[in-house]
Design a protein around this ligand. Structure first.
Ligand SMILES: Nc1ncnc2c1ncn2[C@@H]1O[C@H](COP(=O)(O)OS(=O)(=O)O)[C@@H](OP(=O)(O)O)[C@H]1O
Ligand SMILES: [Mg+2]
Ligand SMILES: [Mg+2]
Ligand SMILES: [Mg+2]
Length: 383
């Protein structure tokens, strides 16, 4: 691992992700209970963006600047201010400004300073647009997906806040906030989620028996991945001292393994993965989950395999994977492209050179079988 130690960066990143998760929970509660959807917008590629995406991006940008003010902080992040600056977005922008200021007022709870007075619109727009780095193989770059799985977020379902640090092209820390990670792994499944929703305790339920949500994190080369509970509501949690180690599953028999994949067929080829699953002897139905919570499920040992095969021509972005990949690897898992090569985070915004798709496994036995099945299925799917 050399002399590099990222303890300070990791500590800051975990606290800012905790803060962002609390922001998201507040916004999601508002969205799910509201009948209007004026806080959700469609982007040019028809994907969604919400008040939470921009507000988290602003908050993380501000807290990283506060914490590393002596350095030039480079941040690669998903959102820009284009949609937000349009004349018909005044209501949206006001909501972002209010949400960020509400969140900043709580900053001391997370060991950060609150600004002396509420921030204005221009400061918040500036904080969002400052995250316009394009990464690359030189120097340090933070990589942020403020809300990953925005569709899941809007549906009241799974989503994640993902923050990673890349140094000289390698991911060195990863933090993944999963505010709706359920107590029972079966509840992760999108379909089960709705069936069991009525019987699930509500978000406002503060009973101690109900633990939902977590923040996972790892540092490169440590061989350890950790999980903290979320700070719920106003409860004073000793969250920083209640971290638990997470480990991948020991299951290496495909017949017993669970594989997870994106919910939407637009984001992955469900029929191809069904063929791969059959070919390698997976017996269980796929667990379809929004967001990088799929990586969290592998790291926590709640599932053994994650596959994503996007349409050819779609370029995977680094912020959709960086934090998840390092957490799974440090928890004992293996993540590669479909050719078995490690993902390359050194080439800018995209995972350039990716061979077909991404596969994550709890161990090498399943990984080798999976790569073999992808090879066989790809051949036959192209006959
Ligand atoms: N066409 C296409 N193909 C593949 N991937 C795409 C595509 N379009 C978008 N994206 C990216 O997918 C991210 C969401 O992935 P999920 O696994 O959460 O998808 S799903 O909602 O479960 O279907 C999503 O992340 P967020 O935008 O942060 O939600 C996108 O970066
Ligand atoms: Mg998006
Ligand atoms: Mg994303
Ligand atoms: Mg996103």
């Amino acid at each position: 691992m050399g002399d590099n130690n990222y303890d300070k960066e990791l500590d800051v990143a975990v606290r800012v992700v905790q803060m962002a998760c609390s922001l998201c929970q507040r916004v999601q509660e508002g969205l799910v209970s509201s009948t209007s959807n004026d806080h959700v917008k469609s982007k040019d590629d028809d994907s969604l963006v919400t008040v939470a995406d921009w507000s988290v991006q602003a908050t993380v940008s501000l807290m990283l600047s506060e914490s590393f003010s002596n350095q030039k902080v480079s941040i690669v992040a998903e959102e820009d201010v284009q949609t937000l600056s349009k004349s018909d977005s005044v209501g949206l922008l006001t909501a972002v400004v209010n949400t960020v200021n509400e969140c900043l007022a709580e900053a001391p709870k997370y060991g950060f300073q609150s600004p002396k007075e509420a921030l204005g619109t221009s400061q918040i727009l500036e904080a969002i647009s400052r995250c316009n780095s394009t990464g690359g193989c030189n120097g340090r770059h933070w990589v942020l997906d403020p809300v990953d799985g925005t569709l899941g977020f809007v549906r009241g379902d799974q989503y994640a806040v993902a923050l990673a640090l890349i140094e000289e092209g390698k991911v060195v820390i990863g933090v993944l906030g999963c505010p709706n990670y359920p107590r029972k792994k079966e509840w992760l499944n999108h379909h089960h989620h709705h069936q069991s929703y009525q019987s699930m305790p509500k978000m406002s339920d503060t009973s101690d028996t109900w633990e939902k949500g977590c923040v996972l994190y790892a540092q490169k080369g440590s061989g350890e991945a950790w999980m903290q509970p979320l700070i719920h509501g106003n409860k004073k949690h000793t969250w920083s001292s209640s971290a638990q180690r997470v480990l991948v599953s020991a299951i290496d028999d495909p017949a017993l393994a669970t594989f997870c994949e994106p919910v939407e067929k637009a984001n992955t080829n469900h029929s191809f993965t069904a063929g791969v699953a059959h070919s390698m002897g997976l017996k269980k139905q796929p667990m379809r989950v929004h967001s990088m919570v799929k990586y969290a499920a592998i790291a926590r040992g709640d599932a053994e395999i994650f596959m994503k095969f996007a349409q050819s021509g779609y370029k995977e972005k680094i912020w959709d994977h960086a934090a998840g990949v390092i957490i799974v690897e440090e928890a004992g898992g293996v993540v590669t492209d479909a050719g078995g090569h490690p993902l390359d985070f050194s080439r800018g915004l995209y995972l350039e050179g990716l061979d077909r798709g991404i596969v994550a496994c709890s161990g090498t036995t399943l990984h080798e079988k999976l790569i073999g099945s992808v090879y066989a299925s790809w051949e036959s799917s192209n006959l």
